[in-house]
Design a protein around this ligand. Structure first.
Ligand code: ZN
Length: 407
């Protein structure tokens, strides 16, 4: 159903209930891109609808995404498992799967597969990023296929385990992907996946409806989707506290028999959740705009990307922005919302001593710490979210997990 953007991506319905729209200034684009978040009146699935065009999404991933890891190979190999990897390893151990052949969809630089190999698994994976595939081989000695699951999985058969960590919310056609996962598994093989969980709208952060996420899965919707694809649900875990938003980790088994029949999810519950969250999101952005209203002078932004696109959509800051600084060298020289993206060094050397607004929800503390260490005057720093931005930074493990979750 990916080709028919006017239909619900899960059930094909045309009954679209709009919840929120955003106009986002993406990197290297003259005009903001309008996207809409809607709920299906028939199945209750919350989704970007119509989804952003695939060519635009591909441009966005190329201009923004960071799949590489940073650091020397030896310490990366010796690093402890990330929170994501620990959740996957714990679930696999708790349901008693015997190690065999594991394949990870979107394996990035192979850090999670490295942990699985330490637990006795033979490991392989795929990733669309050439630099990530190179690093998986170079740092961890892990063979990874260059490409997405649609390109890589048809060459795989009889796998014992497929891992998909924060993948399914990015895919245009999750039904087709799950069918490929099912076909590549051996009979009795397992799929373990994790996605952001649509639950507790009163606790979700601002900007949770975002450009890269096409799907916002409720537990009932995802379990039904897996059952329809021929999987038996073995265990579902929802973790509300470990990340910046709740995550749902599911282990499912390739069934021997005909698929289970699960009841259809409650469509009105999806609509209620989406509307509750959209109201909260609006309040949170209003509070952010009020904090910014006290500065009437020109400012720098720190952080080029979707948070900045959302910030500019929700405030009248744009005319006062001098430039946008970012630590990712891939973005230097690009333009967002007509503003040049500069390096931290250019920011520090700039003759203007204007305030620097930190435009990141997930990495704010880390950025504040780095800028202070680089010599930026504390009085110029304008964090938007931290109660105590001068407090101790997150541990390096947390920073790695935050980068993972920001992918
Ligand atoms: Zn639907």
């Amino acid at each position: 159903m990916a080709e028919t953007a006017g239909h619900c991506a899960l059930c094909g319905s045309l009954d679209r209930k709009p919840v929120q729209t955003q106009r986002l200034a993406l990197l290297g684009r003259d005009e903001p891109c309008a996207i809409a978040f809607c709920v299906c009146g028939d199945c209750g699935h919350i989704q970007q609808w119509p989804p952003a065009p695939p060519a635009l999404m591909a441009h966005h991933y190329r201009s923004i995404a960071t799949y590489e890891v940073f650091g020397d190979a030896e310490s990366l190999r010796a690093a402890p498992a990330s929170r994501h990897a620990r959740r996957f390893l714990a679930l696999v151990a708790d349901i008693g799967i015997t190690p065999g052949c594991a394949y990870e969809i979107g394996c990035a630089s192979g850090a999670m597969l490295h942990q699985f190999r330490l637990h006795g698994w033979q490991v392989q994976g795929c990733d669309p990023s050439p630099s990530a595939v190179f690093q998986a081989a170079e740092i961890f000695g892990i063979p990874a296929d260059l490409g997405d699951e649609a390109e890589a999985l048809p060459h795989q058969r009889e796998l014992d385990l497929i891992l998909a960590c924060h993948v399914l919310e990015h895919l245009y056609d999750p039904r087709a992907a799950l069918a490929r996962f099912h076909a590549a598994l051996a009979k009795g093989g397992h799929l373990v996946l994790e996605v952001p969980c649509a639950i507790l709208p009163e606790q979700l952060p601002l900007g949770w409806f975002t450009f890269e996420h096409l799907h916002y899965y409720r537990q009932a919707v995802l379990e039904r989707l897996l059952a329809d694809a021929g999987f038996e649900i073995v265990e579902t875990r929802v973790d509300q506290a470990s990340e910046h938003y709740p995550v749902m980790t599911i282990a499912a088994r390739k069934g021997e028999q005909t698929p289970q029949t699960l009841p259809g999810p409650d469509a009105s519950a999806g609509l209620h959740l989406a509307h509750s969250y959209a109201a909260r999101d609006k309040l949170l952005w209003t509070a952010t705009a009020l904090r910014l209203a006290c500065i009437q002078e020109p400012v720098f932004l720190y952080g080029a990307g979707i948070h900045t696109a959302q910030l500019l959509d929700h405030t009248d800051l744009l005319p006062r922005v001098i430039a946008i600084a970012d630590r990712d060298s891939k973005k230097w020289g690009q333009v967002q919302a007509g503003k040049p993206i500069i390096s931290p060094a250019e920011l520090l050397a700039h003759p203007s001593r204007a305030p620097v607004v930190i435009s990141s929800y997930v990495s704010e503390k880390e950025i504040v710490t780095a800028l202070l260490e680089a010599g930026l005057a504390p009085a110029r720093l304008m964090p938007l979210y931290s109660r105590n931005p001068m407090g101790p930074p997150e541990s390096s493990t947390d920073q790695r997990a935050m980068r993972d979750s920001a992918r």
